[in-house]
Design a protein around this ligand. Sequence first.
Ligand code: SAM
Length: 247
Amino acid sequence: MRFDIITLFPELFTPFLESGVTRRAYASGQVGVHLWNPRDHAQGNYRRVDDRPFGGGPGMVMMAEPLQRCLEAARQARREAGEPEPAPVVLFSPIGTTLRHAVVAEWAQGQGAILLCGRYEGLDQRFIDTHVTHQLSLGDFVLSGGEIAAMALLDAVARLQPGVLNDEGSFQQDSFNPALDGLLDCPHYTRPEVWEGREVPAPLLSGHHAQIERWRRDQRLSITARHRPELIEQARAQGLLNAKDEG
Ligand code: SAM
C-alpha cells in the first residue's frame, strides 16, 4: 500500500517515519510513504502557496493552483509505480468522518491514498470540490495543520498490517478490536510484583490460563462500562456478551 502525502512541512514526518515499532513497515514499503511539498510546484520568485481570503478576515488560504500541480505530480508518480487508479484523495479536516477503529481498519485493508494536510485557514474550496474524495477528522478540536492527523492515520494503519508488531496478532488485544468485542483494553502490570506497596492482581500471578483470561475479560467489561458504556451496549446488541460476562 502506498500513501502520498501533500504537506508544506514534510520535515515533520522524518522522526515519525524513523521511530518506533512501525518504522520497518515504512522502510520496507509495506506501508510506503512519499512526501510532496506544494511549494515545489508553486510559481514565481516567492513560490507562493497561500493568499488572503476573499471577503476579508483573518489568516491565509492555501491556493488551488500549486496544490493541483503537486497532486498531479503525485498521481503521475503513482501511475509510474503501477499503483491502482484512481487513488482516493483524503483531506484532513474538522468536517471529516472522525477516525475510529472501524474507519482505520477499512483504510488498513485498502491500497493507500493521497493525503492532503491543510494549513492556515484551510484550502481553497474549489480545489476541495474538484479533487477531494474523502475527509477525515481527528476529533472535535482544531489543529494547526493536517500533519498530525496524517501521522495518526499512518501509524494506526501500519500497526494493523500483518507482521508489523513484534508480537504477531498483538493488535487484536488492543482496545476497540473486534477480537475483543470492541471493548477497551484491560490494565497491564510488569515487574516488580510489589511496587510502593501496591501488588499485582493475584490472578495474573496464578499461572492459570483460564483464570487470567477471565480476570482480563472482567476488567475489560468493567473499564468499558465505566468509561465508554455505549461500547458495552454495542457488544450486547451484537450478542457478544455471554452469561458469565453479564454475571
Ligand atoms: N479554519 C478551519 C476550521 O475552523 O475548521 C481550521 C483550519 S486548521 C488551523 C488548518 C488545517 O489543520 C486544516 O485545514 C486541516 O487540514 C487541519 N486540521 C485542523 N483540525 C483538524 C482536525 N480536527 N482533524 C483533522 N485535521 C485537522
